[in-house]
Ligand binder design. Sequence first.
Ligand code: FE
Length: 226
Amino acid sequence: MIQPAASPPSAASLPGAAAARIRWLAAPTSAAWLEQAIARPDLLLIDHAHCERKAAGVALQLMFRYPGDDALAAVLSPLAREELEHFELVLALMACRGIALRPLQASPYGAELTRAVRREEPGRMLDSFLVAGLIEARSHERMALLAEHAPDPELRRLYGELLASEARHFGLYWVLCEQRWPRALVMERLGQLAALEVQALLAAQPADGTVRFHSAGVVQDAVASS
Ligand code: FE
C-alpha cells in the first residue's frame, strides 16, 4: 500500500522564517485518497485545472471586495496571474493527451469552508485569507503526494514543478494576515478553521462518488488526536 507522509508538509519554503513554522493542516491526507487519485489521473487533471481557475477567482474576488487596498492588490494580482498560468499549463498537458476540459461536480468542501467565513468585518477578511490559505495548503500537500507517487513520470514532473508556487501561495495569505492582525489572534482562528477544514474534507464526497483534489481522505487517528 502507498504510504503518504505521516504528517502534513512543513511550510519550509514560505517567505519569512516565522511563516515557515506555521502548521496549517490539522490532519494529513490518507493513503486511500492517494490510491483513488492515482487510479483516475485524467479526472484529477481536469479537477486540477478547475482548482487553478477557482484559486485565481478567489484572488480576484478579494481584490474586488477591497478595491481601495493597494497593498492587498500588490499581492493578489500577481497571485491571480500565476494561478491562471498554472491553469493554462494544465490545459496544455490535457490537450497533448486529448483530454477535454468539462464541468465537474465539485465536492462540498469549498462551499463548506466558505460557510465558515464570518459575515462582519474585520473577521470576514481574516477568515477569507485563512480559508484561501487552507485550501492552498491542502492542494500543496496532495500535489506533493502525487509528485512522489504518481506512476506517470510526466504527471510527477507537472505536480513537482507546481509545488514551490503552491507553498508560496499559502505563505502569501499568511503574510497578509500577519500584516493586519496580531499573531496570537491569527493562530487562534487558524486553529479553529483548520479543524473545520478537516471536518469539511471528511464529508467531501462528490455526488458521482469519484475522487477530486479536495475529496474525502484524511488520516482518522490524526483527526482524533488533533
Ligand atoms: Fe495556488
